[in-house]
Design a protein around this ligand. Structure first.
Ligand SMILES: Nc1ncnc2c1ncn2[C@@H]1O[C@H](COP(=O)(O)OP(=O)(O)OP(=O)(O)O)[C@@H](O)[C@H]1O
Length: 240
């Protein structure tokens, strides 16, 4: 479970995120939606401890990310918006590095790397340097790194960007399976069809403020219309 209490982020005088309250429950796929520059990445970076909030508290499974960062970070795996990391390492070196950090045993890591690299069809490239990978391949290796240590909470910033349709489909199914096992998935996306299909609840953020939080049924009731998420999203964010 993730709890945000009155979270704000200022860059100088600019309010990138303004007094956000959010609760993301165990057992749900939660979508974080909003136009460009809305504050999605800033919020996800504060949740994962990459950025420090200007004010407010963030609890990850009841652990404060700012007070006990190492303990809180053991609860989740994070796929950032840019997968351009550790470019000088080969794919397999990167995965072994992540497995070492999270103390994944030799036996478990070998089994999971074999399974996941086959699933995402990247096995043949594991001995190549990440700098030679395409954007989608880099995205896949970061996703495999996250899944390798089986965190209960997945936090993904635009995870479908660059993935081919088959890999995107696999990831969507894995997200659903993960929450069905009692875990939690939080991800940001611009792809409203994906959010509509797989999210139990969504939050819509614009100009650093949450404009709506709930499920699609609640959104339809609030806006008194039986339309698609896309239509309601455009209406909510355009009226701002
Ligand atoms: N380091 C920074 N310094 C100053 N302003 C920043 C910084 N990082 C982000 N911002 C601003 O904060 C706002 C929110 O940015 P953020 O990256 O969180 O948006 P986003 O919703 O993830 O957008 P996108 O969908 O385009 O990735 C934007 O106006 C952005 O210009």
């Amino acid at each position: 479970m993730i709890k945000l209490k009155n979270i704000s982020k200022k860059y100088g005088d600019f309010d990138a995120v303004k007094n956000i309250d959010l609760k993301i429950n165990k057992g749900e796929v939660f979508g974080f939606l909003g136009p460009n520059g809305a504050g999605k990445t800033t919020t996800l970076k504060m949740i994962t401890g990459v950025l420090k909030s200007t004010s407010g508290d963030i609890l990850i499974n009841d652990i404060d990310i700012n007070k006990k960062p190492i303990e809180a970070k053991k609860q989740f795996g994070f796929v950032p918006d840019s997968p351009d990391i550790f470019l000088k390492l080969t794919g397999i070196e990167y995965l072994n590095f992540i497995a070492d950090i999270y103390n994944v045993s030799k036996e478990d890591r070998e089994k999971r790397i074999e399974e996941l690299s086959n699933k995402f069809e990247i096995k043949a490239a594991l001995n190549d340097k990440i700098q030679s990978y395409s954007h989608g391949m880099r995205q896949k290796i970061v996703i495999i790194g996250v899944l390798l240590h089986k965190p209960p909470l997945w936090i993904l910033d635009e995870p479908m960007t660059g993935l081919d349709p088959k890999s995107a489909h696999i990831l969507k199914n894995m997200m659903r399976e993960h929450v069905d096992e009692g875990n939690t998935v939080l991800f940001s996306t611009h792809v409203l069809e994906v959010a509509e299909k797989i999210c139990d609840r969504v939050a819509i953020i614009n100009k650093g403020e949450i404009l709506f939080c709930g499920n699609l049924k609640e959104m339809k009731m609030q806006f008194q219309e039986d339309s698609s998420l896309e239509k309601m999203f455009l209406e909510i964010t355009e009226n701002e």
